[in-house]
Design a protein around this ligand. Structure first.
Ligand code: BYC
Length: 329
């Protein structure tokens, strides 16, 4: 059912005069700031947009475990290992809250996972880049989780109740994730010359992919207008990207690292930094499956799903046995 919905997802904004009475009443609820709950009436497009966004968000959390999980066995100290292990487990938890939120809209977790594995649903572009050394773990926490928080804090006010509530806990955990990444970068930036060089190199490689996390520029964004009218999204992609640069540039100064952008400078008039756009061709190539790690990431998820089949079967066998046992027993 959902496979067709993905393809037909409409995003054109409709005039209020073209809306049915139900749609008008729905839009009024959104405009008043009411939360929409799973059993409430909602337009098909609203449901589809949420399933797409929440599903992609859930997939991102799960696929996002892979680049960092790669470094658990090689963390430099026991303390760093314990912290990274907890962070990667948190990401699994975020994925589960989000799959549950999507399920309240009438799509099953298995359906969503099937679409991911078939390449019909996306996950965040950022996770198609490799983690080459320990500094990358610092850069991911600092920049990737930093970008995630910038995007997710406003989503706590999104109009769909289960999504908004899931975001509250996720944001608390993401703040810790961002701090641990910044802490790694601080240790490295204040360490030996080699460590500083590694920290700078990780910033050089992760800066533009982090800017891409906010999605294409507002001119290219297909869904923003309708999603904002429905308060599924609270800000445009460019607004959040600007806020992220404004927040991160002083942090890079504090670390004594240089953001790899010759155009980056404070613009007094606009009250924000001017900065260079990422290479959007690269972004769209990554979305098409041609990033450095797309095949590896999807392959790892499919393998994990296949290898876990016996666990799912075992759990189901037990559940079915419980279900057919007479109540008196
Ligand atoms: N990567 O019309 P647009 C994390 C797609 S995980 C891939 O602007 P929209 C973390 C977009 O889906 C962070 N695809 O779309 C985890 C659309 O394609 P479809 C994940 C992207 O939805 C572990 C097309 O481009 N966060 O934090 O209005 C460790 C046109 O774009 C991307 C979320 O998912 C991208 N970067 O806006 C550490 C947050 N950008 O679907 C950290 C929730 C765009 O039509 N999601 N596309 O085929 C959102 O806020 C929005 O979905 C986006 C995009 C801002 C991402």
């Amino acid at each position: 059912m959902y496979a067709q919905m993905v393809k037909t997802d409409a995003s054109g904004l409709r005039d209020i005069s073209e809306m049915s009475e139900e749609e008008r009443a729905f839009q009024e609820r959104i405009d008043r700031g009411d939360k929409i709950e799973p059993n409430d009436w909602m337009p098909d497009g609203y449901r589809k947009t949420l399933i797409r966004q929440i599903g992609q968000h859930a997939h991102s959390e799960i696929v996002g475990q892979l680049p960092e999980g790669n470094w658990i066995t090689r963390a430099p100290t026991l303390e760093r290992k314990a912290i990274l292990l907890a962070k990667v487990q948190d990401e699994a938890g975020h994925g589960l809250y989000l799959y549950c939120a999507a399920e309240t809209l009438g799509v099953s977790r298995d359906e969503l996972i099937e679409l991911l594995h078939a390449g019909k649903m996306k996950y965040s572009s950022i996770f198609n880049y490799p983690t080459l050394n320990w500094a990358d773990i610092g850069a991911i926490g600092w920049l990737v989780d930093g970008a995630a928080i910038m995007n997710q804090v406003p989503l706590q006010r999104t109009s769909f109740g289960p999504y908004a509530r899931a975001m509250v806990r996720i944001c608390k955990e993401e703040s810790f994730h961002q701090r641990q990444g910044f802490d790694i970068m601080m240790k490295m930036a204040r360490g030996t010359q080699d460590l500083r060089r590694m920290a700078q190199d990780a910033l050089d490689r992760y800066w533009y992919p982090s800017l891409m996390m906010f999605g294409p520029s507002d001119k290219e964004s297909v869904h923003s207008a309708q999603s904002m009218a429905w308060k599924i999204k609270i800000n445009t992609n460019d607004e959040l990207r600007q806020k992220f640069v404004d927040q991160t540039a002083p942090q890079a100064d504090y670390l004594g690292l240089k953001i790899p952008d010759e155009k980056l400078r404070w613009n007094e008039e606009k009250g924000g930094y001017d900065f260079s756009e990422p290479d959007w061709n690269e972004f769209f190539e990554v979305l098409k499956g041609n990033g450095p790690c797309n095949r590896e990431r999807l392959g790892a998820r499919i393998r994990a799903w296949d290898d876990g089949a016996w666990v799912r079967e075992g759990l189901m066998a037990h559940a079915e046995k419980q279900a057919i046992r007479p109540a008196a027993e």
